[in-house]
Ligand binder design. Structure first.
Ligand code: ADP
Ligand code: MG
Length: 139
């Protein structure tokens, strides 16, 4: 089934000029970038986006890191896009990520792990709506 998922290229990656390299991995996997914008997240946006992790010990650090420098927000489209992008990203901790995944190739640590991808179709819709209107997504 054709799906859309939400992606963020995180500050550790934009800082190292890896937007194009990461997009190349995304496109080689058969996912289409149907919307993309470089933005600086506000603290309010980052806190809301990662609300489910509010009680975790790393929440403050995560919000600080995500707001410190620009990110690239994206909508990816393709067959099974949600699960496929999770595969392409690799495990949260790059030490556990498979060869060829974005996190294996580029992530610095479990916190600075280069990309975000939605974990379900339901969350993908919620996250996409947080950053894009329908007319900004061109499939
Ligand atoms: P994922 O991004 O793979 O879906 P989670 O949803 O569990 O992972 O966590 C969200 C983000 O929070 C991670 O991508 C990472 O940046 C950060 N994070 C998760 N676990 C830790 C941790 N133990 N220490 C520091 N940061 C973490
Ligand atoms: Mg997650």
């Amino acid at each position: 089934m054709t799906e859309r998922t939400f992606s963020i290229i995180k500050p550790d990656a934009t800082r190292r000029n890896l937007t194009g390299a990461i997009n190349a991995v995304i496109e080689a996997a058969g996912l289409r970038i149907v919307a993309q914008r470089r933005v600086r997240l506000t603290e309010e946006q980052a806190k809301k986006f990662y609300e489910v992790h509010a009680e975790r010990p790393f929440y403050g650090e995560l919000v600080a890191q995500m707001t410190a420098e620009p990110v690239v927000v994206q909508v990816l489209e393709g067959d099974n896009a949600v699960a496929k992008y999770r595969e392409v990203m690799g495990a949260t901790n790059p030490a556990n990520a498979d060869e060829g995944t974005i996190r294996k190739q580029f992530a610095l640590s479990i916190g600075e792990n280069s990309v975000h991808g939605s974990d379900s179709l339901e969350n993908a819709a919620i996250e996409i709506a947080q950053f894009f209107t329908d007319d900004q997504i061109v499939g």
